[in-house]
Design a protein. Structure first.
Length: 590
């Protein structure tokens, strides 16, 4: 009963005393100090009483308690004396709305809960509004082994948008396959709805040297809410002047960057290393087969080879082939494809080799082997296909010997001779014919028309030989198709521009430039580092100015594709014109 009495008394006191809470600042920022003040009217303080106590929660830190007597005003502007208890606190580093703690007060030997103040912890205006980071799935790998890098983005409540990448260079120590970041979506954080967060795999990379290698920081720019500023303004009207102050906040540009990412690259073990090691590191499969084991002269024998693995993205070395001296071969067909499967980039290379037997008989084609280093098993592996036995027979349909026919002469009978004589005797007399013009063989035009086919035939033969030579030359064939392939990428970019698909637009232009360089030079520019691109273009005689344009263009396309925001339609139209101008300048490679 006594406790119930004090509870009723405390409720009445608190209701009449107008006990209140306020804060030392309007904005409580993460990691900063602030105060929660409990104001109790002096005339209504309960007796006997202890000292209010604050129990911090949710990573808030209680630093101490002060009390003082002062005056405050109520809603109607009336002042009254209060005892002010100031709880000194430090806000947590994590932002969001949460309970700071529990205020209790001991009265008449009974402790009562006064309040559970809720605090909205916000990011400081001086702090970054965007946090970006890179994280690898492995920090120690073998040379040539593949690893993935994840890009994470965290925006805070004073972020205002326009997040754009200004540098996303992976450096020169890796072969890389970049993602288009379609899975990177910024979603609100449950306990901090004014903040967003998202992450996605940015690239799959493979180091090309041993030791410690680094990915340099990625740089971004964005807009954020600026720090409040007090602005004093003066106005005059009708001879009266008035001054007032206002608080203004204007957006300002800021930068964010990732920390450098260090990777330790181990050398491949020397023990049991094959003499003809391919350089591939990962989990690979190898298949080789012939389409037939018997054929006739004139038919083609096709050797199909497929190599697939999760090592260097977009790169697979060719196997060592046996001696095909008993066969005539033409340039092989080769195709490389990449796809993301099981969280890794799997590269597949298909090779087709066409062999024509030179003679009939039975031939044994030696086995073909392919090796790689498996980092999961930490050992070298080899797969062998073959050998194969091939039977070649003489073809059917050979031409039969040609025997010329000899005409026979049958002498005319006596009666036929007599008839012939009578026919001759009764023939009409030929009258004198008027002289004609010069015969055709004496005309110069006759000889011109007669001789023209000879040089035309020679030109035709030269054209056929040149065409056959060029058709068997993979480099020339590829050069011939360079413009055609480039037009396809340009058309795809224009279609993406009309659909307002920024990622598809820049993907078409980036692939178009790399494909155009590869077709013109018959060198595979896909997967090359910046240093290798520069070295190859220099060897091909490209001017330094154009080399820098190529490197900058590839980097700009990567920024536009992989940044969370895309360029405007006007910027993309301008980029298309710059792309066409750059490709025209690169025609020197022809």
């Amino acid at each position: 009963m006594k406790r119930f009495f004090f509870l009723v008394l405390l409720g009445a006191v608190l209701a009449q005393a107008r006990m209140s809470l306020d804060y030392s600042t309007d904005r409580i920022e993460a990691g900063n100090n602030f105060e929660i003040r409990l104001n109790v009217p002096l005339r209504e303080l309960a007796e006997p009483r202890g000292i209010p106590r604050f129990t911090a929660q949710n990573d808030f830190t209680f630093r101490g308690l002060d009390s003082t007597d002062t005056r405050v005003e109520d809603f109607f502007g009336r002042g009254y004396a209060v005892r002010q208890y100031s709880f000194k606190l430090t806000a947590p580093k994590k932002t969001g709305r949460r309970i700071a703690g529990i205020i209790t007060w001991k009265i008449q030997d009974e402790e009562y809960e006064i309040s559970r103040p809720t605090v909205d912890v916000q990011k400081s205006y001086d702090d970054a509004a965007v946090s970006v980071s890179l994280s690898p799935n492995k920090r120690t790998v073998y040379e040539g082994e593949q690893l993935s890098v994840t890009l994470s983005i965290h925006t805070f409540e004073h972020f205002q948008g326009n997040l754009t990448a200004t540098s996303m260079d992976l450096g020169n120590d890796f072969i890389a396959h970049r993602s288009d970041l379609s899975e990177l979506k910024l979603t609100p954080i449950p306990d901090a709805p004014r903040e967003t967060k998202g992450s996605a795999k940015f690239a799959w990379i493979s180091p090309v040297k041993t030791g410690q290698v680094s990915i340099p920081p990625f740089h971004f720019k964005y807009m954020k809410v600026g720090k409040p500023k007090v602005v004093e303004k003066n106005q005059s009207h009708g001879g009266f002047s008035m001054s007032f102050k206002s608080i203004q906040q204007e957006p300002e540009e800021a930068e964010a960057k990732t920390a450098p990412l260090n990777i330790m690259v181990l050398p491949l073990p020397a023990q049991n290393k094959p003499k003809d090691f391919t350089g591939m590191v990962g989990n690979y499969s190898f298949k080789a087969s012939f389409d037939k084991d018997s054929l006739t002269l004139g038919d083609a024998l096709t050797l199909s080879i497929q190599i697939s693995g999760d090592g260097k993205p977009g790169t697979i070395t060719d196997p060592k082939l046996p001696d095909f001296s008993d066969f005539r071969s033409v340039p092989p067909e080769s195709e490389i494809k990449k796809k993301v499967s099981g969280g890794k980039v799997v590269t597949t290379k298909n090779i087709r080799i066409f062999l024509y037997p030179k003679k009939k008989g039975e031939f044994e084609i030696p086995a073909i082997s392919y090796n790689w280093f498996n980092p999961a098993k930490k050992k070298y592996e080899t797969k062998t296909e073959g050998p194969w036995k091939i039977t070649v027979e003489k073809g059917e349909g050979s031409a039969a010997a040609y025997t010329p026919s000899t005409p026979t002469y049958t002498p005319a009978a006596k009666e036929e001779i007599e008839d012939l004589g009578r026919d001759i005797r009764y023939m009409h007399t030929i009258h004198e014919v008027a002289p004609q013009e010069a015969p055709l063989y004496k005309l110069s035009l006759f000889w011109v028309l007669l001789l023209i086919p000879i040089p035309l035939y020679a030109l035709f033969c030269a054209f056929i030989r040149s065409h056959r030579k060029n058709s068997s030359n993979a480099a020339l064939v590829r050069k011939a198709k360079a413009k055609k392939n480039l037009k396809q990428y340009t058309s795809a970019a224009k279609a993406a521009l009309q659909k307002d698909d920024g990622k598809a637009f820049y993907a078409a232009l980036e692939n178009g430039l790399v494909g155009y360089l590869s077709d013109l030079s018959n060198r595979e520019f896909r997967g090359m580092t910046k240093d290798l691109v520069k070295q190859n273009l220099t060897e091909l005689g490209v001017a330094e100015e154009n080399i820098q344009k190529v490197l900058k263009w590839q980097e700009d396309c990567a920024f536009a594709r992989f940044a969370p925001v895309t360029a405007s339609a006007e910027e993309r139209s301008k980029a298309l014109l710059e792309f066409e101008a750059l490709c025209d300048a690169l025609e020197v490679l022809k």
